[in-house]
Structures are given as structure tokens and as C-alpha cells.
Write a protein that binds this ligand. Structure first.
Ligand SMILES: O=C(O)c1cc(=O)[nH]c(=O)n1[C@@H]1O[C@H](COP(=O)(O)O)[C@@H](O)[C@H]1O
Length: 235
């Protein structure tokens, strides 16, 4: 898979996000998360679409099936490429999310793809055990969630690069493995625990990468994006 990285637009306002994006001239994939969406609402999605960006709407839904279904029905109207839920919400919740998305997608339009967050990349095995009382290994937990997401009919998962190969073995090549926690070899890890470089992501079965601070906080974001993209695509 050679889609260019999703740049995580973790900015407090739409104005800042659009200013940051100006030099990209519509030629990038972006991720809109809670911060930007809660501030600007659907207007920011319309603006980004109009400028030509591919959008991953990352709101990580996690609630009872009925609520998630109704919310997904609304999100489907925004015609983004990708949306997500938390796999911890369970198979029935994930099925309901998919139903909502299918019902809400306007006639003649393509349904956004839907993926489930397995274990957040800010979680390591020790914190998973302490916080969630899971006795299996972190890899077992991630692969388990991936199988549940597949059982529910979802298109893939969010995981770290470190588990992408195992998920490929369990769920197949076409099942999406969208991997955040991407850092350049010398980069700071910040609050992330399971990190990897773009080239490792390419070699280890990721289908898409999500990159925030390594690009958004770089002195030259366009150059940083080009470097990440080249390593990701093996150029
Ligand atoms: O669903 C996500 O996008 C996500 C899942 C996950 O497990 N870890 C994770 O970091 N993310 C998102 O990916 C982005 C990573 O940002 P950076 O750490 O700055 O590259 C953030 O916007 C997170 O919200």
C-alpha cells in the first residue's frame, strides 16, 4: 500500500490547521482528530475536502451500539475516507457502527472505510496489565481485537507497527493496518510507547501510517513530510 501518510492535524483551531497546510496545496492525506473537530465541527471537513485533502476522521467512538450506530449515520454524511471506533466497545458495537455508516452513506457515494483501535500506541504491556487487568501479552490483545474487528465486518484496525505483521498473518493482507506512533530514527517519542520508523512500517506490514508531531512540529514541515513519505514508499 503506498498511500501517502495521514498528517495528524492536532491543532487547536481550523485557522492554524489551514495555515499549516497552505504549502501542501491539497496534496496530502490528513487526519482530523477530537481537538480540531470539537473546535470546528463539520465545517473543517468541508473546507479540507474542498481543498482536495483525503481525510481520516479520527473520533474513536466507544459507546453502546445504538448510540454509535446513530453517530456513525451522521458521520457518513461528511464523506470522509476513513473513520474509527474502539474495538473495546465489542463486536456488537462495531457491527452497529458499520450498519450506521452503511445507512448514512449518501446514495451513489462510497462508504467510508471503518477501522477499530486495538491498544492505543501510548499503551505498553505494563500499563495495559495495570490499567485493564489483561493477563495476555500486548500482542495477543491486539491480535484478538483485530480478529473481533474482522468478525464484525470492519475494514481494518489501528495498531502499532510492531503488531502489523501478526495482524497480516491473522486477518490477511487486505485488512487495513493503520499505524500511528511513527518517528524518525532520532525523533522524540513524546507520550507514545510503541513507536517505529516509516521504513520499518513499510517492511512490517502497515498499510497506512499516521504522522503528527514529526511533521507538524518540524522546522520545515514540507521537507519532513517528503522525507517521511520517501522512507515509507522506499524511494
Ligand atoms: O487513532 C489514532 O489515530 C491513534 C491511535 C493510537 O493508538 N495512537 C495514536 O497516536 N493515534 C493518533 O495518531 C496521532 C499521533 O500523533 P504523533 O504522536 O504526534 O505522531 C495522534 O493524532 C493520535 O490521536
Amino acid at each position: 500500500m503506498t498511500d501517502s501518510p495521514f498528517i495528524a492535524l492536532d491543532f487547536p483551531t481550523g485557522e492554524e490547521a489551514l495555515r499549516f497546510l497552505q504549502p501542501f496545496e491539497g496534496k496530502a492525506n490528513v487526519k482530523v482528530g477530537m481537538e480540531l473537530f470539537y473546535k470546528e465541527g463539520p465545517a473543517i471537513l468541508r473546507e479540507l475536502k474542498a481543498r482536495g485533502y483525503g481525510i481520516f476522521l479520527d473520533l474513536k467512538l466507544h459507546d453502546i451500539p445504538n448510540t454509535v450506530k446513530s453517530a456513525m449515520k451522521i458521520l457518513a454524511q461528511y464523506e470522509v475516507e476513513l473513520v474509527n471506533v474502539h474495538a473495546a466497545g465489542g463486536v456488537r458495537m462495531m457491527e452497529a457502527a458499520l450498519e450506521g455508516l452503511e445507512e448514512g452513506t449518501p446514495a451513489g457515494k462510497t462508504r467510508p472505510r471503518i477501522i477499530a483501535v486495538t491498544q492505543l500506541t501510548s499503551t505498553d504491556e505494563a500499563s495495559m496489565r495495570a490499567d485493564q487487568l489483561i493477563e495476555q501479552s500486548l500482542e495477543q490483545s491486539v491480535v484478538h481485537y483485530a480478529k473481533k474487528a474482522q468478525e464484525a465486518g470492519l475494514d481494518g484496525v489501528v495498531c502499532s507497527v510492531l503488531e502489523a505483521k501478526m495482524i497480516e498473518e491473522a486477518c490477511g493482507k487486505d485488512f487495513l493496518k493503520v499505524t500511528p506512533g511513527i518517528r524518525m530514527a532520532s525523533g522524540e517519542t513524546h507520550d507514545q510507547k510503541r513507536v517505529a520508523t516509516p521504513q520499518f512500517a513499510r517492511e512490517n506490514g502497515s498499510t497506512h501510517i499516521v504522522v503528527g508531531r514529526a511533521i507538524t512540529q518540524a522546522a520545515d514541515a514540507v521537507k519532513a513530510h517528503a522525507e517521511v513519505n520517501a522512507l515509507w514508499k522506499g524511494q
